[in-house]
Ligand binder design. Structure first.
Ligand code: ATP
Length: 358
């Protein structure tokens, strides 16, 4: 397994697009540590697949370098990089049996027969296809074929990294959890470097040790699920991670305090406050917004309350701006209400980026 380093990567899909300054990747400068389980998370079109294909060698970047440990692999093919990649749709041999499909990548690498047999048996069990081991792939369901694809990627232990591009899209929802936990288990056992593309935050947060959040062709934050939740570096991360996402309220700064709709909110944790009078944004997760009787905080108007069993989600407006709060299932909600913000959970943003904190 290898440490993967992406040095100032930019990519445009054609010279014309580059000329028009339309880059699928605008500037990516980041590293994936050896043995780490990473998820690449972001909305459709943000550049996840482009980045994955640049790591695997299916695509050569317009600018920048890809390094595996200290080796520059930018111009090397996927085979020469020794990467396993699992795609959204199955890539298997229809005329081979399940067992032969799994053995194929190992035979190609001249692994001894006894080892192939034991690795294939182990993989058959992990993907739940022992009973169909000697069936031709052609007759299997899309779901089962994709499990073979996953198995073919995972059966090799000598690869520099394993890359997954939304591999569970065609898998039945109840099987997804099981396969995802198998991936985690394999990662745990063999400390493989894994990079997993998804636009589904639950999938990313349950699979990865570190989540790489992408937005408009850039990596906006790399962090543990806790870091992304507690300290989003960019308002997009706050909005994209969490359900519902972080509230972002425009505010003005005065004497080190944030003024939101006439109410003054102290910012004790912020070290370098931007210029006085500058318009900035205050970010606060709905989990840290309290709903209190009038006079106890910032006045709001409640639009509706959604009771979802374990929680009450309050949809309100603060001076016309949307504000969401998540309360306990039995929380009382006064008719005339104010919002109270937990001071430790306030994040201040300037030009969408988190302002440094003390
Ligand atoms: P999705 O989740 O929808 O697969 P993504 O985050 O993986 O999206 P990419 O597929 O990497 O995003 O696409 C990034 C940008 O590059 C998009 O604007 C897309 O339209 C563009 N793009 C992707 N492939 C090509 C191509 N072959 N030619 C031109 N533009 C492309």
């Amino acid at each position: 397994m290898a440490r993967i380093r992406l040095d100032h990567i930019r990519h445009a899909y054609s010279p014309e697009l580059a000329k028009a300054n339309t880059y699928a990747l605008r500037e990516v400068d980041t590293a994936f540590e050896d043995g780490g389980a990473y998820a690449l998370l972001g909305p459709s079109g943000c550049g996840k697949t482009t980045l994955l294909n640049i790591i695997s060698g299916l695509l050569t970047p317009s600018e920048g370098h890809v390094r595996f440990d200290d080796r520059d692999v930018t111009m090397l093919s996927p085979e020469a990089r020794n990467i396993a990649q699992v795609f959204q749709f199955p890539v298997i041999y229809d005329t081979m049996t399940v067992r032969q499909n799994l053995a194929f990548p190992l035979k190609n690498r001249k692994v001894p027969a006894a080892e192939i047999a034991s690795r294939v048996e182990d993989m058959l069990r992990r993907i739940g296809l022992e009973a169909k081991a000697d069936r031709k792939a052609r007759g299997l369901t899309a779901d089962e074929k994709q499990k073979i694809s996953l198995g073919r990627g995972l059966v090799r232990s000598d690869v520099a990294a394993i890359l997954f591009d939304e591999p569970l899209t065609v898998i039945d929802p109840h099987m997804k959890w099981q396969l995802r936990s198998e991936l985690k288990q394999l990662h745990h056992e063999f400390a493989m470097t894994m990079v997993y593309v998804t636009h589904d935050q639950t999938e990313a947060l349950t699979f990865a040790d570190k989540v790489v959040v992408m937005f408009e062709g850039e990596v906006v934050q790399i962090g543990t699920p806790e870091e992304l939740f507690e300290r989003p570096q960019h308002t997009f991360v706050g909005y994209f991670i969490g359900s519902p996402g972080m509230n972002v309220l425009p505010c003005r700064l005065e004497n080190g305090e944030a003024v939101v709709s006439g109410a003054r909110i102290a910012l004790p944790a912020v070290r370098s406050v931007p210029h006085e009078g500058q318009m900035t944004e205050l970010g606060i997760r709905p989990e840290f917004v309290g709903i209190v009787p009038r006079g106890g905080g910032v006045p709001i108007a409640i639009d509706r309350v959604e009771d979802i069993g374990s929680e009450r989600i309050v949809r309100a407006r603060l001076d016309g701006m949307p504000l969401t709060a998540i309360l306990k299932e039995n929380a009382a909600i006064p008719a005339e209400a104010d919002a109270a913000f937990a001071p430790h959970a306030l994040n201040l943003y300037a030009d969408s980026w988190l302002v440094e904190r003390g």
